[in-house]
Write a protein that binds this ligand. Structure first.
Ligand SMILES: [Mn+2]
Length: 257
């Protein structure tokens, strides 16, 4: 079984379409796994929702889906608000049906952040210095007993794979990176920046069954200038900078100041 794994699309439909074209050029996949944070942001939330709903991929919710559906309009951040103001009842019903975790096949667990939080990173640690790569011990603690040999996670937008030794045996942990937003700054925990360092759309291909999986991390060219231009039109220079460079430039606070 060969899966494509995507996360953190954030309404960037041209990036998602480039990812699917890349996988097709490599021989295609048997199925797609979508780890959440699908629509929020100043790009194309309804077009992305329509495109994904037509395809019926195996999909779960991230923190942004939860926020879109549960937070009061005046509590929403700018990215969630942009999507929330445009979604139809049909889109909302689709989001409301998404699970918070997936077990798409025996031995594989999908989470957005960690097994217990959609707001914490599994493979990164936020501390007084900002954000750094988590140690294997930290990751093992966060995993607990996952009941899986492969754990797929998103949320940090940082593409990474790590092997962690648990009492039950080794576990592969994979973050495919973000399809639609290669960098952002955040205050959860402490202020920090997550930067991929290039504007490519990221995803992963995984293949196998049982305890050992082939992993291929992909970085895909797409028209990020068009996406950045759309962000600029919507007054989101922070997104435009991140989309063009894969690094944090202007911040959301600059936009609202
Ligand atoms: Mn997230």
């Amino acid at each position: 079984m060969r899966w494509g794994v995507v996360s953190d699309i954030h309404g960037n439909l041209p990036a998602l379409q480039a990812v699917v074209a890349d996988a097709a050029a490599l021989g295609g996949v048997d199925g797609w796994l979508n780890l959440g944070d699908i629509l929020s942001g100043p790009l194309w939330p309804t077009e992305t929702a329509d495109w994904l709903m037509a395809r019926g991929w195996t999909t779960m919710a991230g923190n942004h889906e939860r926020q879109l559906l549960t937070q009061a309009p005046d509590q929403l951040g700018a990215s969630d608000r942009y999507a929330a103001e445009r979604l139809t009842p049909v889109h909302r019903a689709w989001l409301a049906d998404l699970p918070a975790q997936l077990r798409p096949t025996p031995g594989v667990l999908c989470v957005h952040g960690t097994p217990t939080s959609d707001l914490k990173y599994l493979l990164q640690t936020v501390d007084e210095a900002g954000q750094r790569e988590a140690t294997p011990q930290e990751v093992a603690r966060r995993l607990g007993e996952p009941g899986a040999v492969l754990v797929l996670c998103g949320h940090s937008h940082l593409q990474r794979v790590m092997t962690v030794e648990l009492p039950a045996g080794p576990v592969q942990v994979l973050n495919p990176g973000s399809v639609g937003l290669p960098a952002f700054d955040d205050d959860h925990g402490r202020p920090h920046v997550n930067e991929s360092g290039s504007p490519h759309a990221r995803y992963a291909l995984i293949e196998g069954n049982g305890p050992r999986w082939h992993v291929q991390l992909r970085q895909v060219v797409y028209d990020w200038e068009a996406a950045a231009a759309q962000a600029e039109v919507q007054g989101r220079g922070d997104w435009a900078d991140a989309l063009r460079t894969g690094r944090v430039g202007r911040t959301e606070q600059d936009m609202t100041a």
